[in-house]
Write a protein that binds this ligand. Structure first.
Ligand code: ZN
Length: 479
């Protein structure tokens, strides 16, 4: 005789208005302790308001298993109620719940898992690969939120700015212009909630953060391809006093980037915490002006749009990432109508194409309004394109985005033989570029007077890709 185990099958009955817990015990021999070895069981639903008399057998499908703290060899088996044909019974509310875990926050958890494991040379290899892809796609500059400061266990590296160095080194080997934005991360939620495990590598007390910013600034002073700004991560992560003190301590010319109002959950938490929505709170409590970039700013009211645009802040929009994460739509027509500046980036790099960002900025608005030409006008995409360049340059805090004396020679040459561009009149070239086809028509890309991409290829594409491949293999083997 083997050991007998008592499996207590637990389910919700059909009583209204409030369902009650029901249970019955199944005795099994040599139970493995695994959910997979809990059989589907049946019960008579006529006594639980779940079936009329007659054909009243219903099924209990085990969905979770816990040791029973009260009984030796006992287990608690949580079950769902199914009809005899295996479909969910009407009293089974669980079957119809939309899985709430599949959203921005679950993505963030996965992303933290990866970010927590990366070593400095791997970070450099991954960043360099990205920057090569960006250059080949026609981006000549990047503003990089930089979260990872410390070792996986949270202790600083011997060089406090080790990982800033790695990211900037990647930008320099690829040859892309960079606005490096060390992230200030202090709390795990509004009201100074303690940070989560996955955020260990991000954290700096305000004093150490300032030392880090200062160190990076000193090293790249006078380098025209590298600018340094600050990124108070969000109102969730930076309490008011720390935000004010940090802004006070850094030079008044530094770009300031902050994530804001990306998620409705964040707006609700901010309202509960302060009585104000995130953008309204920020405008009331921080010296927001042209040096500020409000990243995403997805969930804003008409007043917030008007006030933030008037202050001169750039909206940092990332339509492909906002779509990928299910954030929502930024009210871009209202923002443009209020003369708001905006820049485009890819954020999570789910896609690396400025063209796609611009296309989806317009297409998203068309889908919402069920009309065409929301941000584009009678002369096409030209104004929108130029506005994106100007706003992007403003957010980067570097003299880029235009061909002018004193501006960096960042130039992109398109392939005049690309099928989407041939025979297109000059005044329609930008429209063809943004809206037609998916082949990448970037032929050459120059940054600061140096060609980094020629004939569609970055000069170090293969070497950087091989190093990236090796880094990804190592990281995968560790996860
Ligand atoms: Zn983002």
């Amino acid at each position: 005789m083997g050991t007998k185990s008592k499996l207590e099958y637990i389910w919700l009955d059909g009583y209204k208005p409030t369902q009650s817990l029901r249970s019955k015990t199944k005795v099994v021999e040599d139970f493995s302790g695994k959910l997979a070895d809990c059989p589907v069981w049946s019960f008579d639903g006529s006594s639980t308001e779940q079936a009329p008399g007659g054909s009243s057998d219903l099924l209990l499908k085990p969905v979770a298993l816990f040791p029973d703290p009260a009984r030796k060899n006992g287990w608690l088996v949580m079950t769902e109620v199914l009809n005899p044909n295996g479909t969910p019974h009407p009293t089974n509310g669980r079957a119809t719940i939309n899985d709430p875990d599949d959203d921005f926050w679950s993505w963030r958890k996965l992303m933290y898992g990866l970010a927590g494991a990366l070593k400095p040379d791997e970070i450099q290899a991954i960043a360099a690969q990205l920057y090569v892809e960006m250059l080949e796609a026609g981006y000549t500059a990047v503003a990089e939120f930089h979260y990872l400061h410390h070792q996986p266990d949270g202790r600083p590296y011997d060089d406090l700015a080790e990982l800033s160095e790695r990211v900037i080194a990647a930008a320099r080997e690829a040859g892309i212009g960079i606005t490096h934005l060390p992230v200030l991360y202090l709390a795990g939620g509004f009201g100074g909630k303690p940070p989560a495990e996955g955020q260990r590598r991000f954290l700096n007390a305000p004093e150490r953060f300032l030392r880090l910013v200062e160190a990076v600034r000193d090293r790249y002073r006078g380098n025209a391809e590298v600018a340094v700004g600050v990124a108070p991560h969000s109102l969730r992560a930076v309490p008011p006093a720390a935000l004010a003190a940090m802004l006070e301590a850094v030079p008044a010319t530094m770009p300031v980037h902050i994530h804001i109002a990306e998620q409705t959950g964040e707006v609700e938490q901010c309202l509960a915490w302060s009585g104000q929505r995130p953008v309204a709170w920020l405008l009331d409590h921080a010296p927001v002006d042209r040096r500020w970039c409000l990243v995403h700013a997805t969930h804003v009211t008409a007043n917030e749009v008007r006030d933030a645009a008037t202050r001169g802040a750039v909206a940092g929009l990332c339509p492909t990432t906002e779509a990928n994460l299910g954030d929502g739509f930024f009210p871009a027509e209202d923002w443009r109508a209020a003369d708001g500046a905006f820049g485009l980036g890819s954020d999570s790099h789910i896609s690396v194409s400025g063209i796609e960002e611009l296309r989806w900025l317009e297409y998203g608005r068309r889908l919402v309004a069920r009309r065409r030409n929301r941000l584009t006008g009678t002369d096409g995409v030209r104004d929108l394109y130029l506005a994106a360049l100007a706003g992007g340059a403003q957010a980067c805090g570097r003299p880029i985005g235009r061909i002018a004396r004193g501006a960096r020679a960042d130039l992109v040459v398109l392939d005049g033989d690309a099928a989407t561009l041939v025979e297109v009149p000059p005044e329609r070239l930008l429209d063809a570029l943004v809206f037609a086809g998916n082949a990448n028509p970037v032929k050459h890309a120059m940054v600061g007077g140096r060609w980094q991409v020629r004939d569609g290829r970055h000069h170090a594409r293969d070497a950087i890709r091989d190093r990236y491949r090796a880094a990804v293999a190592t990281v995968r083997s560790r996860l």
